[in-house]
Design a binder for this molecule. Structure first.
Ligand code: AMP
Length: 301
């Protein structure tokens, strides 16, 4: 099956207590597309970069068989740049800077071959940009979208319009609280359901993720990692892995979504073992299957 990932393609600067890296490959679209590529799908990526975006980085995406027809390059623009710093326990991240650059006025035009793709993942990006992609799709079977504090604060109105058009919203716990003003996650999810999505998935970092609909509740564990190098992109990898699995089995039932969340947790667990997408470059599907089975055993009682 084909899956269309829309998101940012960025140059990241990341600081952890032990290391600092500059202008490494990042972006919600990149992490999600690579995560989805572990499953037998055609992965299409829509995004935009500037003239400063290294060819070595597009080569990495191509090595993961990501279709880049939808990746626009603006020759007189600069790529999106983001900087973040983690504290000792990795649970708190400070955004040091967000330079939107080329994404600020970007109006994506979908290649004809992308318009009838069934599985659409709107990774973190401007809700205006996310909405314009939905409007160009002819018959999506499942629309999942992610958002973050930046967009909740800066483009609230467009975000609410977007929520009326998506099937699933994925966001992290602090963002669910920010969006609803409610500190209780179950109540926050119920409030979000009233904006339009039929399912809300709330990511809780090392504590896993929960899925809530009007009639179901599911708790997916996180895979326990002893040595976290860089959590950047964990959320996007979770969502991309989840969507990659769903598209590969062509199933959007409750049971499939539960399995997909566990696959998402596994793909994210590899992502945080190294900076940027360095660990993902070496992951074999057999390693994903093995951690998936470990998580199945971890929650059997
Ligand atoms: P995550 O750790 O899953 O929240 O994703 C981090 C990635 O999202 C980094 O590679 C950033 O470049 C990218 N990013 C940071 N801020 C934004 C934003 N406002 N919109 C979209 N992507 C962003």
């Amino acid at each position: 099956m084909a899956i269309l990932v829309v998101g940012t393609v960025t140059l990241d600067t990341v600081e952890t207590p032990s290391r600092r890296v500059e202008d490494v490959l990042g972006g919600s679209g990149v992490y999600a597309a690579i995560a989805a590529s572990f499953f037998p799908n055609t992965v299409q990526l829509v995004g935009v970069v500037g003239a400063d975006f290294p060819k070595a980085y597009t080569d990495i995406l191509e090595n993961h068989r990501v279709d880049l027809q939808g990746l626009e390059r603006i020759e007189d623009g600069k790529s999106f740049r983001w900087g973040g710093r983690y504290t000792e326990d990795f649970n708190v991240r400070d955004t040091l800077f967000t330079e939107l650059n080329v994404i600020e006025d970007f109006q994506p035009v979908l290649p004809e071959t992308y318009k009838d793709t069934s599985y659409l993942f709107l990774a973190n990006s401007s809700p205006v940009f996310q909405l314009s992609v939905i409007e160009q799709m002819t018959n999506p079977k499942l629309i999942v979208c992610d958002t973050m504090d930046f967009w909740i604060n800066e483009e609230r109105e467009a975000l609410e319009a977007l929520l009326a058009r998506v099937d699933v919203l994925i966001l992290n716990d602090s963002e669910a609280r920010l969006l609803t003003g409610d500190s209780n996650l179950v109540r926050a999810a119920e409030t979000i359901l009233r904006y339009g999505p039929e399912r809300v998935i709330i990511k809780k970092g090392e504590h896993g993720a929960i899925s809530i609909t009007a009639s179901s509740y599911f708790n997916a564990p996180a895979y326990p990692i002893r040595q976290v190098a860089d959590p950047t992109g964990a959320g996007d990898s979770f969502a991309g892995g989840m969507m990659g699995y769903l598209a590969s089995v062509e199933d959007t039932s409750e049971e499939a979504i539960r399995r997909a969340m566990v696959y998402g947790a596994v793909v994210a667990s590899f992502n945080i073992e190294d900076f940027s997408i360095n660990r993902q470059k070496r992951v074999q599907f057999s390693e994903i299957s093995s951690r998936y089975r470990e998580l199945q055993n971890a929650v059997r009682f």
